[in-house]
Structures are given as C-alpha cells and as structure tokens.
Design a protein around this ligand. Structure first.
Ligand code: FES
Length: 154
C-alpha cells in the first residue's frame, strides 16, 4: 500500500509499489487529465507536480513517493483557472490538445520558482514534446502567465 496526497486528498493505493504513478492516477483515481504518451519519460504528456516539482509520472513508481503531495491538472484549477491556463487560452496554444495538461503542469512548476523566465530558460526547462509544434505559442503563454502572476499588464 502506498499513501499519497493527491489534489489535497489522502489516498492509500492498494497497488504494487512498482506501479507507475501515471496508472495509479488514471486507473485507480480516474484522473484522466494526465496523459499517456510514450511511457518512457521522453514526451512529458504525463507531467504532474510532486512536492513542487514537475515530474513525469510514467517513470515514478508509487512506492518511491510515499507521503508526497501530488497535484494533477484537475487539482491545479479546482477553484479557478490557474494563470497558466488562462494564458494558454488567451494565446490559443492548443492545437490537438493532447500534450497540453502536461505542458501546463510543467509551466506552472517553472513559474512557481521563477515568474519571469527568459525564452531561453523556458525552452531549456519545458522539454515536453508537442506533435503539433505549438512551441512558439507555449513560450508566449508562459511569459504572459508570468506577467499576470507578477501583477503586470498582460
Ligand atoms: Fe510519460 Fe511520455 S508518457 S514522458
């Protein structure tokens, strides 16, 4: 059994400790906003926040993160949209949309540490893949969200 707090709710997963967090979230908790892309830690579609850090949940066995706080895309915006979500809407970032939950989670974790990242830093830190190639709009949206978080005009 692995006890985690997921979106502020304590959960005892009665699963093999080697179960990837991605599958615990999707199959046991029905949190299907976290996507399965590659399953090998490459694409970032499965990105969630674990104790304040973006993590690729397909590569994280639940037994290795006992006692941590996990936030998924569903937990990021329960009361109101996160500034990153508002910026992704304003910049019309999504095309097919499959990579977007992971992109948003990675961007939110980056902005929590640095609300004024340069384009170079964004491109270095947000390594999530997008088959539609919306990367320029992702950069614009992250910088827009940063301005909003700093209380500046967007
Ligand atoms: Fe986890 Fe691709 S599904 S990185």
């Amino acid at each position: 059994m692995s006890r985690l707090t997921v979106n502020d709710e304590p959960i005892d997963y009665k699963l093999d400790p080697d179960t990837p967090l991605l599958w615990a979230l999707r199959d046991a908790s029905n949190l299907t906003g976290t996507k399965y892309g590659c399953g090998t830690g490459q694409c970032g579609a499965c990105t969630v926040d674990i104790d304040g850090h973006a993590a690729r949940s397909c590569r994280v066995p639940i037994g290795s993160i006992e006692g941590t706080y996990v936030t998924t895309i569903e937990g990021l915006s329960r009361e109101r949209n996160h500034p990153v979500q508002l910026a992704f809407i304003a910049e019309a970032v999504p095309q097919c949309g499959f990579c977007i939950p992971g992109m948003v989670m990675a961007a939110a974790a980056l902005l929590a540490r640095n609300s004024d990242p340069s384009e170079e830093l964004i491109r270095a830190q947000i390594t999530n893949l997008c088959r539609c190639g919306v990367y320029p709009r992702v950069v614009e949206a992250i910088q827009r969200a940063g301005r909003a978080m700093r209380g500046e005009e967007v």
